[in-house]
Design a protein around this ligand. Structure first.
Ligand code: GDP
Length: 453
């Protein structure tokens, strides 16, 4: 395989920049352009050693820096790897990269270092996706989940599930010799048990992934409510600074303002809206239209009521509009006398909190409620979690096949029919970990990486 090179640090000025090479000739190429001040020979450097020296293009000295040497197979990619750490200027990094390309390296594609690590058996495909999630993690829980995947927690769990299925398939193959191909009754029950166990585990993996996305990717959140109930104030409380225009005049929040805020481990992608009431004012109507669309798009709706005013028809219309949505009702202005019908709101929206958006302590109430509602409360981010939509699709396919196998079993179908379903489930799981993934799938996974990783 060719020796590849790329700038591994961001495309911006920084304290240190790294040009990374991987492949059989990596050390040889480095020896032609990096000259240790100690006079030692780069080609003779052992793995896990460093040298301080100059990067030189012929007689021209480009920079000085540190060279790190890793020898195959003890490196990230499993190949010979060198990292030339120089000053983090864009020009100096580009010149250094050009130099090593001229000396025989090929430019690395997106994720090609990690792809080689996968191809050389350093990690499986699910772990490679964990690498990507570590890079994109924006909070502690997301990072913990990504590191768990990277360290193989998910691979181990999928491995266990696959083994159970393989054992079931092997048992089936043994029973195929029975005269009429019927599965003996005792084994039938044991097989159904094993498959049900697998079904439960796959279902849990998918559910945790869907719920965990609220943390790893963020939840599209719409704030809705009549004018003046305190939506902007609530949004300002969440974002920690004044972003929306807060005024006591009805209908002043006309545009949809969008921003991301953290609520504990949750990331809320907030859309402040103009409310969803009907209006004759054309400008406001546009805002209202926009708000309705946002409401449809939202994964979470924060429905705000003014607790200090009696419950009215507009409040009823709002409760009607959010039916079927994942909704958290906020009865605001708890510092004033309560005049609205909290019980009626709670009857329509079980997750109802009474608070004052002007009180910073309200954040904790909101957080607990949102975590409960989104199913994040019981999630353990140190446990195995699926790391991508691709992995979810593999799990869902496996789940469907296992469910088919179970129905085939209970319908008394032949050993062959059940066996085919189990084989398909195993295939889906082997695709997940990459043990049996096509070139297209592998390319697709790494296409989304950055160059240099
Ligand atoms: P919006 O139209 O729904 O965005 O409402 P605003 O956030 O602009 O708030 C309308 C008015 O209610 C402003 O004068 C706020 O200061 C006031 N307000 C908001 N939250 C509270 C609260 O918890 N208690 C009290 N007393 N007033 C509030």
């Amino acid at each position: 395989m060719s020796t590849i090179a790329a700038i591994a640090t961001p495309n911006a000025a920084g304290g240190i920049g790294i040009v990374r090479l991987s492949g059989e000739n990596a050390i040889e190429i480095a020896a032609k352009c990096f000259f240790p001040f100690s006079g030692k020979d780069v080609a003779a450097m052992k793995g896990y050693t460093a040298a301080y020296g100059a990067v030189r293009d012929g007689d021209t000295e480009l920079d000085d820096g540190v060279l790190l040497v890793y020898r195959a197979p003890k490196s990230y990619t499993g190949e010979n790897v060198v990292e030339i750490c120089c000053h983090g200027g864009l020009y100096v990094l580009q010149q250094t990269l050009r130099l090593v390309l001229r000396l025989g390296a090929a430019p690395a594609g997106p994720g090609e270092f990690t792809k080689r690590a996968y191809l050389n058996g350093k990690m499986d495909l699910s772990q490679a996706e964990g690498v990507m999630n570590v890079i994109s993690a924006q909070g502690e829980a997301a990072l913990r989940a990504a590191r768990g995947t990277l360290q193989g927690a998910l691979s181990r769990r999928i491995g266990e599930i696959t083994s159970t299925l393989v054992a079931a398939a092997a048992a089936l193959a043994a029973w195929a010799d029975y005269p009429d191909e019927d599965i003996p009754a005792v084994e039938n029950a044991a097989l159904a048990d094993a498959l049900s166990g697998v079904k439960d585990r796959l279902t849990r993996l998918i559910r945790d992934y869907d719920n965990g996305k609220a943390v790893t990717e963020g939840v599209k959140t719409a704030i809705c409510g009549k004018p003046n109930v305190g939506k902007s104030t609530l949004m300002n409380l969440l974002s920690g600074y004044r972003k929306s225009i807060v005024t006591p005049i009805s209908g002043t929040t006309r545009d949809v303002v969008e921003e991301t805020v953290r609520l504990g481990d949750l990331t809320l992608r907030l859309m402040d809206t103009a409310g969803i009431r009907d209006t004759d004012d054309p400008v406001e109507r546009m805002g209202v239209q926009l708000a309705r669309e946002k409401l449809d798009e939202a994964d979470l709706v924060l429905c705000v009521f003014d607790g200090s005013l009696p419950f009215d028809d507009e409040d009823a219309a709002l409760l009607q509009a959010v039916r079927g949505k994942t909704c958290l009702a906020v009865v605001n202005k708890a510092d004033l006398e309560t005049k609205t019908d909290v019980d009626r709101i709670r009857a329509a929206v079980p997750e109802t909190v009474v608070l004052s958006a002007t009180d910073p302590d309200a954040l904790e109430t909101l957080q607990k409620s949102a975590e409960r509602l989104l199913g994040v409360a019981g999630l353990d981010f140190t446990q195995e979690l699926l790391a991508s939509e691709r992995q979810r699709a593999c799990c869902a396919a496996a789940l469907e096949n296992v469910a088919d196998a179970l129905s085939a079993l209970s319908a008394g179908l032949t050993v062959d029919a059940v066996g085919v379903d189990i084989d398909c489930a195993v295939d889906a799981l082997l695709t997940l970990t990459g043990k049996k993934a096509s070139d297209e799938i592998v390319s697709e996974v790494f296409r989304r990486f950055c160059v240099g990783k």
